[in-house]
Design a protein. Structure first.
Length: 278
């Protein structure tokens, strides 16, 4: 009895520890963020309240402060701007100025495609791909297999980062949960609903729909049509398909029994295929 109780308590402790570890995540760091147009900065000068102010970065990458005037800030981190402002104040106003810069509002990014709430989102602090997908309402059932992140490089050229949804969200590859940058465009392509047609000796003949990115096989289509009836001639199933190049109709004869027994591979269907189970 004692051993059973100890075992139960140990399992409970491990479970609680794992749950706690999943909930507690280290704080994100903002030291690498580079200030850009439209960012809102809260600047504090200790001991000089008249210089403490909140300013928004102009489109030309500058801010205008009382007494100091216009200051170029684009491309600087918050720490670099603190040093720059302290240096200006040391030269023009006071010695050993203590300045802090807090970025209240970061630049925006766009999320489009198969998410619950597509739109434009503010980067309030460092934000990862999974965090912005969560803010956008998560992926919908029509999401395809990949996420594309379009990013403006320092040379003005746009690059595209491709991320597999399964590796990111199912396998949990942390390297794919990238930190986003201002002006990133996150695109989750919307999958297309396609159709094949199953007729003959199946329980519910008619249209079978599937997502193009997920594809569908002959066995899956017949299963979605309710499966074959007891009168079906499984060895003489026919697939009618139009050739994409010539438009001519092709006939593919299939022995369904061999597929079911694993002796031959299942067949991946194409949009518009007609399956006849005699």
């Amino acid at each position: 009895m004692t051993r059973s109780i100890l075992f139960f308590v140990s399992i409970l402790f491990i479970g609680l520890s794992m749950s706690f570890a999943q909930q507690v995540t280290p704080p994100l760091q903002v030291h690498d963020y580079r200030i850009g147009p439209n960012d809102l900065l809260e600047i504090t000068v200790f001991g000089l309240p008249e210089l403490t102010q909140t300013v928004r970065v102009a489109q030309d990458g500058s801010i205008t402060m009382s007494i100091i005037g216009r200051v170029e800030v684009s491309g600087l981190s918050a720490q670099e701007l603190e040093k720059k402002l302290a240096s200006i104040l040391d030269r023009q106003y006071t010695k050993e100025a203590r300045v802090t810069v807090f970025i209240k509002e970061f630049q925006k990014i766009s999320v489009i495609g198969a998410v619950g709430r597509p739109g434009i989102y503010e980067l309030v602090g460092p934000t990862t791909l999974l965090q912005i997908i969560a803010q956008a309402g998560g992926l919908t059932a029509l999401a395809m297999n990949e996420i594309f992140v379009y990013r403006q490089g320092g040379d003005g050229q746009q690059t595209r980062v491709e991320i597999a949804i399964k590796e990111l969200m199912v396998d949990g590859n942390p390297n794919l949960n990238i930190e986003l940058q201002p002006k990133d465009v996150i695109s989750i392509p919307i999958d297309q609903m396609l159709n094949v047609f199953v007729y003959g000796e199946v329980k519910t003949p008619g249209v079978v729909s599937y997502l193009g990115a997920k594809r569908i096989t002959l066995l899956q289509a017949i299963a979605q049509a309710g499966g074959t009836t007891e009168w079906a001639k499984k060895a003489k199933v026919m697939i009618k398909r139009k050739d994409k190049n010539t438009g001519k109709e092709l006939q593919i004869n299939v022995n369904l029994r061999l597929i079911i027994s694993g002796k031959i591979s299942d067949i991946i269907l194409e949009e518009g295929d007609i399956i006849i189970v005699p």
